[in-house]
Design a protein around this ligand. Structure first.
Ligand SMILES: Cc1cc2nc3c(=O)[nH]c(=O)nc-3n(C[C@H](O)[C@H](O)[C@H](O)COP(=O)(O)O)c2cc1C
Length: 306
């Protein structure tokens, strides 16, 4: 690849070689994907949500296909923070791309302790998941109100010098208010959005398809909602926005940049096409070249509103 157009973007102190990050929960810790394509090409990789202790997640069935999307209620299955730090993080750091640790907890103290531990590692940024709809305690409870977001981010901020990205839920009254609360409490970026709370029903058994009854909706079905929320947040905050929700193609990713995102995360698309991130990066490069753009960063917020 030639060096122009320049695909580099900055999320605060973190420099990404391009705006495409593999989204939390859809790329594991990169191990399964490392044989599929050269992961050093990625802008970044976000880990599966890590909790203080190992979790087996929710009982199956925990995924269901829906029109233009999917529901999941995985429930944060992960090896726990210590194994993440000793086994998964070194592997992720060896891949030659930016590594973001996505973390979740039941209490403020959980988030504080995890941030303190991660501060002593070489992780590039921490994404506070305040938006998982599939666990009983904590997580989305913090992210759905401005006071919840502010209280948590303010308590966690002094625990680490690492950049803090706050991942917010679309299951809230006004995304501008939770984004403003994150910024005012010391977040370096907001990641928008996590999954939309949803449901599917089997009419023969009259039972919910998911054993958890409800789950998080992701994929193209949520893209218009996610795009609108990124646009709203962009008008409300000055910190960078990492946009996501239903990105399948390079064109989708460009839409998120125009709406105000500095970088994007690609989730469900990886489950459909393991080469999705690579295809999206290539298509963004081609688009920028075609329109004679020197720097992809110039697209952020360049939407021409009516
Ligand atoms: C199977 C699955 C597991 C997920 N696990 C996590 C997680 O552990 N932590 C998190 O913050 N988001 C998680 N997400 C949410 C995604 O990172 C992303 O925010 C959401 O799916 C919207 O993007 P998409 O439509 O491109 O998938 C998960 C999504 C899916 C589909």
């Amino acid at each position: 690849m030639s060096t122009t157009p320049d695909l580099t973007v900055r999320i605060g102190a973190v420099v990404l070689k391009n705006p495409v990050i593999a989204a939390s929960g859809t790329f594991g810790f990169g191990r399964e994907m490392a044989d599929v394509f050269d992961l050093s090409q990625l802008g970044g990789i976000c880990s599966k949500g890590v909790t203080p202790e190992p979790r087996v997640g929710n009982p199956p069935p925990r995924v269901a296909e829906t029109a233009s999307g999917m529901l999941n209620s995985v429930g944060l299955q992960n090896p726990g923070l210590e194994r993440f730090v000793s086994e998964e993080l070194p592997f992720m750091k060896s891949l030659g791309t930016v590594v973001i640790a996505n973390i979740a907890g039941n209490t403020v103290e959980d988030y504080q302790a995890m941030c303190r531990r991660l501060d002593a590692t070489d992780v590039d940024a921490i994404e506070l998941n305040l938006s998982c709809p599939n666990v009983k305690e904590g997580c989305m409870a913090f992210g759905s109100t401005p006071t919840g977001v502010a209280g948590l981010v303010r308590a966690v901020r002094p625990m680490t010098r690492k950049p803090l990205w706050v991942k917010l839920t679309p299951n809230t009254g006004d995304i501008r208010e939770t984004s403003i609360a994150a910024e005012a409490s010391g977040a370096d970026a907001v990641s928008l959005v996590n999954t939309l709370l949803g449901m599917a029903i089997d009419i023969r058994t009259r039972r919910p398809v998911l054993r958890n009854n409800t789950g998080g909706l992701s994929g193209p079905a949520i893209k218009p909602v996610a795009l609108r929320m990124v646009h709203e947040a962009y008008q409300a905050v000055g910190i960078p926005i990492v946009g996501m929700g239903g990105i399948l193609t390079g064109e989708d990713a460009i839409e998120f940049l125009l709406a105000g995102a500095t970088a994007v995360q690609v989730g469900t698309a990886n489950l459909v096409n393991p080469l999705a991130c690579q295809d999206i990066m290539d298509a963004m490069f081609r688009y920028a070249k075609e329109i004679g753009l020197e720097r992809i960063a110039d697209l952020t917020g360049a939407l021409r509103i009516w």
